[in-house]
Design a protein around this ligand. Structure first.
Ligand code: SF4
Ligand code: SF4
Ligand code: SF4
Length: 313
């Protein structure tokens, strides 16, 4: 039986799904913009005029230059404002505020045995979000997850015609990837993460193609991850390999806000929510660890007994 208020639950799930696509697309756009602003800073220094920029680099660059100039001017002198922005998915500064990838912080600790105050300060938002909402980074921020989302849709389409396995591996594998990455970083340098972390590989690929016009070797690891997702299992990389997802899931294993189930209205024998979940969470058992609050299970629940709220303690 469908409860009262079911329509609003279903709407909430759909809103969350749309929101998650919009926010991740916005992060992708932001990465492209940050990459271009490296070029912008050089063009500003070298030419300081749109017409000269067009003559040196073409019309498209001139338009991007003018847009950047207009946007940055909203916040002060463009040359000064652009200096407060920078970095990629590893560590980003926006208007001077730093945001640090927790894996970057671990890697710095393992290899260099030190953090700057900016690195420590930059951890506040990512860790705070994980403590409050679990793996919300995966659902709403990670630019790579948008690519994996698209691949999972392609896989679902192809499943109508071909057989694809859906492999599960122990959670320990992603912890092993984290440990292996840290050891490799100590030996070879932090650059190794470009080939391990999907969003780092994507950030590096975007940066290199926009700022330098060349293809990064990290694009190769993105292709490998995409193939794993397509051929081995739904969202294989995010579910079983990515150490960031596993780490954030562990930090936010008891989130404040998450998916809630109204148990009396849960349909016996139904598995819809567990099947649809991209991160292998099982809301049937009130499991919330690894949940990214993406809303997919809420939209599909036949009795609409799932919603978002404070975690039951
Ligand atoms: S598991 Fe990793 S790649 Fe997947 S969404 Fe989360 S951070 Fe991004
Ligand atoms: S349980 Fe799965 S499908 Fe439901 S909101 Fe969490 S991550 Fe999304
Ligand atoms: S989708 Fe999940 S929560 Fe909803 S009725 Fe089925 S098992 Fe219960």
């Amino acid at each position: 039986m469908v409860r009262n208020g079911s329509a609003s639950n279903s709407r909430l799930g759909k809103y969350l799904l749309v929101l998650s696509v919009i926010t991740r697309a916005s992060v992708l756009l932001m990465l492209c913009t940050l990459a271009f602003w490296t070029t912008y800073a050089n063009l500003k220094l070298g030419y300081n005029h749109p017409r000269l920029v067009e003559l040196s680099s073409g019309k498209a660059t001139r338009i991007a230059y003018e847009w950047s100039e207009a946007f940055l001017s909203l916040f002060g002198e463009p040359e000064e404002v652009v200096r407060t922005m920078g970095g990629m998915t590893w560590s980003i500064r926006l208007f001077g505020v730093p945001f640090t990838d927790p894996i970057a912080a671990l890697s710095l600790l393992a290899k260099d045995h030190s953090w700057t105050p900016a690195i420590a300060f930059g951890l506040i938002v990512p860790l705070g979000l994980a403590l409050l909402f679990g793996r919300v980074f995966c659902g709403y921020i990670c630019p790579a997850s948008l690519g994996f989302y698209v691949i999972s849709r392609i896989r679902r389409l192809l499943e109508r015609f071909f057989y694809f396995p859906d492999l599960e591996v122990p959670r320990a594998v992603s912890w092993g990837v984290l440990a292996g990455g840290l050891v490799a970083a100590v030996w070879t340098g932090h650059g190794v993460w470009v080939f391990v972390l999907p969003y780092f590989a994507m950030g590096q690929t975007i940066f290199q193609s926009i700022a330098f016009g060349t293809l990064s070797a990290a694009a190769g690891s993105l292709v490998v991850m995409a193939l794993l997702d397509l051929l081995l299992g739904k969202q294989f990389t995010c579910r079983w390999l990515c150490p960031t997802g596993r780490l954030l899931g562990a930090i936010g294993r008891k989130p404040v806000i998450t998916v809630r189930r109204d148990a009396p209205n849960c349909k016996e024998g139904c598995t819809s929510c567990a099947v649809v979940c991209p991160l292998h969470v099982d809301p049937r058992n009130d499991e919330t660890r690894d949940c990214s609050v993406c809303g997919e299970c809420i939209t599909i629940c036949p009795t609409q007994c799932l919603s978002i709220g404070m975690k039951k303690r």
